[in-house]
Every structure is written in C-alpha cells, then in structure tokens.
Design a protein around this ligand. Structure first.
Ligand code: ADP
Length: 404
C-alpha cells in the first residue's frame, strides 16, 4: 500500500480535525458529507455529498478508499456489515461499533465482561420504570449491572422512598444529552416512550465528577492510553476538559486506563475509544458510555499531547504504529466555544490573541447558533488556576458572555 485514502463518513468537526491531522502525514481523505457546508466538507477536496443511511451511496463512496471510518456512530450497523462482507475494511468494525450505537447492547456486553456500570435495565413502560426505581431501594431486588446497589440508594435526592429519580435513555440516537431524561415520577416517565424506541433505565448516579479514559487501538492490537481527564458538562453538553484529571488518585487513574484498554480489546475496537466515566463519592468508577471515534474529551490532545487523538485515530485505522499519547505540559485545559448572541466571532480574535499569545484556537467553520459547538480553545501550563482562567476567558469572550 502506498499513501492510502481514508474514507471518512460524516462531515462534522471531528472529520475536519481528523483530516487536519492526516495532512502532515500525507494521508489522503475522501469525505461522505450531508451537505457541502458541513464543517469538514469545507476543507476536504474530495467530497461526496450523500446520505450515509443509503447502502448504495456508501458502496459508491467506498470505491477508491483503503479504509472507512466515521465521525459519528449513526451509520446503520447492517450497512457496515454489508460493506465488510464485500471486503471493504471498516474501522471500527460493525461488531465493535454497535456498542457505541446502542446503549442496551453496550450495557449487556459490559456486564458480561465485568465492567462496573450504573444499575440498569431495559424498561417497557412508565410502570416498569417505577418497578425499576423500587428495585434500587435498600431491600429492593436491584443490583444488576455490576453496581453493588449502593449507588441507587445514594442517588435518592427528591425521592420519597419510591426510588426515583431515575435516568431514562433512548438506546439509540442520543447525543449531547438529547435522548436522556431524569424523571422524578411515573408521569414524567411517559415522555421517553413516545418515540416508540427501546428505553434503558439507569440509577441516577450521585457522582462527584465525570471522567473520560481515552485509548486508541490498532487492528494488530497495539494500544495506547491518554491520561484520564475530568470532563465538566453544562446542560448536558461538554464544557471544560482538564488533562490530567486534577487530584485523581493514581491507583484509580490506572484502573480507569486499564478498564478502557480492556474494553477496547474485548470489543475489538479499532481507532479512538472514549470511555465516559462517573467517579462516585466512595471512590468507584462506573462506565457511563462509549464513543468509538475521536471525542470531545480528547480535543485537549491537539495541543497538549505528543500525538493527538486525531493523529492516532488515523494511524490506528491504517494499522500504523501509534504515536506517544503522553502530555506535553503539566496541565492542559480545553473549553468548548458555544454559539452565543453574536454571529461573528472573528471580531473577538483581536482581543483573545492579544491577551494570550499562547492560546490555541480551533474553529470549525460552522454557523453560529446559540448553544451549538462551533470551536474550542486549548491552553496549557504549570499553574492549573491560570490555565483554566485563560481558557474560560477566551471561550467566554468568543461566545460573547465575557466582554472585557
Ligand atoms: P449522550 O448520548 O447525550 O452523550 P449520556 O449517556 O452521556 O448521553 O448522558 C448525558 C449526561 O447525562 C451525562 O454526561 C451525565 O451528566 C448525565 N447522566 C447520564 N447517565 C446518568 C446516570 N446514570 N446518572 C447520573 N447522570 C447521568
């Protein structure tokens, strides 16, 4: 194989930044994008506009690609199986990717390999949700899913002895908190069933913070682990990531890394795997969910690690030796830039760049809409408070929530 062509399905910012990482390596990109305006479609020269849900479109697109990878997990699993059966390398493969597509499949598999998860089960209707909630009460019949049941009783705020609140999730299609409900009673549990898709119930974990363990694995089994990061969400959307997670006990960090490496191996993941975790008050870690593609919790690595998650994803899907995931600075902070009231963020560059010449700005070329992820900033250094302040200031200034 000479310089290969990576086929990327999905034209969002993850595709854009993966393409960017492939440029210095001389890797060619072909993109399947919904529209020419999509973030990656603006910068990749070889773009096919088409629908990733259509098998013939995928087949046509795959012609001339050496490998297919993704910037989202929404390509129907059966289409990926069909492409694989026709000899097209799909990475990660459908048997791995289904665990990032379907939260029910993911929970069942993690249970089977002994990975600790919140107590959970598939529920059929609001009454079944009430039964699930009651199972988590002390003396209830809960305890499935690797949790020892203590999480259920800890997370009992707002409950009057009925086991609520409970977290409900549609098993497929959720992102950025969409498709996730925290319900406090049977009446509130009706909404998630309206779409007519299977619903997963989980105990509401009383976590102290969210962590992410990011690893990259190649087809021949080489794997690398990035330092475990803290990920802070605002309204269900990732806001800030701190690498490494401050104050994280070394043994727990190693446990989280080992857990992510085990999941990558057991599920035969190829490429980047993000394992989103809850850290509980009693020092346990529970797996929230999996993403098998570059992930928002790894954006810090573009400037903060020796090899970024994007470069390593490209290397992994091509079965090249992986790059060093270690950090370059003591602390790296990533803050997402969300759309605010001002459609033009360019005018904020003057202030941000003048104030902090070390600031790393990454914009995705997306139209500004309130709350939409349109970019992120990275900062790094020795003093965490300073690094955090600089990143938050720049992101806030670009968004328009900070004006001085
Ligand atoms: P998405 O598909 O939107 O990424 P997630 O499963 O990651 O959905 O849930 C979004 C957010 O909801 C999580 O980051 C977390 O803050 C919260 N959440 C999800 N599951 C639970 C749970 N079992 N207990 C407490 N909070 C949860």
């Amino acid at each position: 194989m000479t310089f290969p062509v990576v086929g990327m399905v999905g034209g969002g910012q993850l595709a854009r930044m993966t393409h960017e990482a492939g440029i210095p390596l001389g890797i060619r990109f072909k993109l399947l994008s919904d529209t020419p305006q999509d973030s990656a479609a603006q910068v990749v020269s070889d773009v096919v506009i088409g629908d990733y849900r259509d098998l013939d479109t995928l087949r046509e697109f795959a012609r001339g690609c050496d490998v297919i990878t993704f910037d989202h997990e929404h390509v129907p699993t059966e289409h990926l199986r069909a492409l694989e059966a026709e000899g097209i390398p799909v990475r990660p493969g459908p048997d791995a990717l289904v665990h990032a597509q379907d939260k029910g499949v993911m929970r069942a598999r993690l249970d089977a390999i002994g990975v600790p998860c919140p107590r959970h089960r598939i529920v059929s209707d609001p009454q079944d949700v009430a039964a699930f909630a009651a199972e988590g009460l002390p003396g209830g019949s809960g305890g499935s899913g690797g949790s020892d049941g203590s999480g259920g009783s800890e997370g009992s705020e707002g409950s009057e002895g009925d086991g609520f609140p409970v977290v409900l999730k549609t098993v497929r299609g959720g992102y950025d908190g969409k498709g996730v409900w925290v319900v406090n009673n049977v009446a509130e549990a009706e909404e998630p069933f309206r779409a007519g898709v299977p619903v997963l119930a989980e105990e509401k974990v009383d976590f102290v913070r969210e962590l992410a363990a990011n690893v990259v694995r190649s087809p021949h089994g080489q794997a690398v682990a990035y330092p475990v990061v803290e990920s802070q969400q605002v309204n269900g959307v990732c806001d800030t990531v701190i690498a490494p997670a401050p104050g994280l006990d070394r043994a727990l960090a190693l446990k989280a890394e080992a857990l992510a490496l085990t999941i990558a191996k057991e599920l035969d993941v190829v490429g980047h795997l993000a394992v989103e975790l809850f850290q509980t008050p009693d020092g346990r870690i529970l797996v929230n969910e999996l993403a098998m593609r570059p992930h928002n919790s790894g954006h810090w690595s573009m400037d903060g690690a020796i090899t970024s998650q994007f470069a390593n994803h490209v290397r992994a899907v091509l079965d090249l030796p992986l790059g060093d995931p270690r950090p370059r600075a003591k602390w790296t902070v990533m803050v997402n830039v969300l759309g605010g009231d001002y459609p033009d963020m360019y005018s904020a560059y003057l202030h941000c760049m003048a104030r902090d010449p070390q600031l790393k700005i990454h914009m995705y070329g997306k139209d500004v809409k309130p709350g939409r992820k349109v970019g992120h900033v990275n900062t790094y250094g020795d003093d965490l408070d300073d690094v955090l302040e600089r990143a938050r200031h720049a992101a806030g200034y670009l968004r328009g929530t900070i004006t001085e």
